[in-house]
Each structure stands twice: as structure tokens, then as C-alpha cells.
Design a protein. Structure first.
Length: 200
């Protein structure tokens, strides 16, 4: 389990500058109050048109079912205002699809708050929330001796394809429901960590 809270920086779009935020443990109470009953207000929901796959995710339920598992992490980014800007859950029991016998971290859920999605709101608040959370999983993978490997499934939108391709993820599967399996190999993970100024 990560030693939280951890100080991070978020890019505030309106201020055009980095501001302080924290990575915190996402508990069931926080998930219920600050995500499930807060993220999807009526103004945002009117613009959804059924396109946001995570609209029906129940973060409170996820934490209630898996929260006590030793191989489960649930983490959120909380801004200085106390608002949850994004959240991630991942497991530490997966099998690599690219390197036989190796274990990556498997990202089960990853989402930025709707108010930070430029395709949903005219004036998003923060940029890079998802990257901060994903990098946390990569860093934890490296600390666990998994060399930064991360495995996940994603919807096949052009936006997500471009993001994962540019970050160095490799496609491992394409499923009948349209989801695409991606894995970040050790070389790409270490490159990302080095870009962040971390000495490996």
C-alpha cells in the first residue's frame, strides 16, 4: 500500500500555472460523497448523450467490495478546495501479456472528474489529472519490482488511442465489445519515470 497523502501538482488552466494537490486514499465514504454524489451534476449530465462509459461506475461499491484486499489500491487526486479531481483503482496480481512470467499492475478504473474533461465542459479546471494518476500506478509498479509495467483495458476512442500510443503503451488485445487491451512495457515505463526526473 502506498504511503499517502503525497503532494502533487495540477495544472490550473484558468491560472495557467501549477497548483498544489494531494494524492489521497479513496475510501468508501469519500467515493460516495465526493464522486458518486458529486461529479455528475445535471448541467454536465445533459451533455453526455450516453458517451461517457464511467457515468455509471459506482466507486463507493468498488471500495466496499475490494477495499480490504491487500492487492488493491484506490487513490484520488484532491485539490486544495477539497474537490476530487480524478480517481484510479488498480490491482497488483496481473500477468504480463508482453513479457512471459512478469507481473504488471492492472488498472481497473481510471477517470478524471467531468469538470476536467474539455469535451464535456467549456472551461475545464485542471489538465493532466489522468496522467498523474496513471504515473502513480507506474511508479508503484516500479517500487514493487515490476519495472513500471502497467496493464489496462480502454475504450477505442481516437483520443485514448493517441494518448496510450504516445505514452508507449502497446496493444495486447482487441475484444468483441470494442475494448482494447494495452500494456506499458518496462522500457517505456522507465523512460516516463526518467522524464519526471526520477533516478532509477
Amino acid at each position: 500500500m502506498l504511503d499517502l497523502p503525497i503532494q502533487v501538482s495540477l495544472f490550473n488552466i484558468d491560472q495557467a500555472s501549477n497548483v498544489r494537490a494531494e494524492l489521497i486514499q479513496l475510501t468508501s465514504d469519500i467515493a460516495n460523497e465526493k464522486i458518486d454524489n458529486s461529479w455528475w451534476d445535471a448541467k454536465i449530465t445533459e451533455k453526455l448523450e450516453g458517451k461517457e462509459a464511467d457515468k455509471h461506475w459506482n466507486w463507493h461499491w468498488l471500495n466496499g467490495v475490494y477495499g480490504d484486499y491487500l492487492n488493491w489500491e484506490a487513490i484520488a487526486v484532491q485539490s486544495a478546495s477539497g474537490y476530487i479531481e480524478g480517481a484510479i483503482t488498480y490491482r497488483i496480481d496481473a500477468k504480463s501479456q508482453l513479457s512471459e512470467g512478469q507481473g504488471p499492475v492492472y488498472v481497473d478504473r481510471l477517470a478524471a472528474a467531468p469538470r476536467n474533461r474539455p469535451w464535456l465542459v467549456e472551461n475545464p479546471v485542471f489538465r493532466g489529472v489522468g496522467s498523474i494518476l496513471l504515473l502513480t500506478a507506474v511508479r508503484h509498479s516500479y517500487q514493487l519490482g515490476l519495472k513500471g509495467r502497467v496493464l489496462l483495458d480502454s475504450l477505442p476512442s481516437e483520443r485514448t488511442r493517441n494518448y496510450y500510443d504516445n505514452r508507449g503503451f502497446e496493444v495486447t488485445s482487441e475484444k468483441d465489445d470494442g475494448t482494447i487491451g494495452y500494456e506499458l512495457p518496462a522500457t517505456a515505463a522507465e523512460k516516463w519515470l526518467q522524464e519526471q526526473g526520477e533516478f532509477l
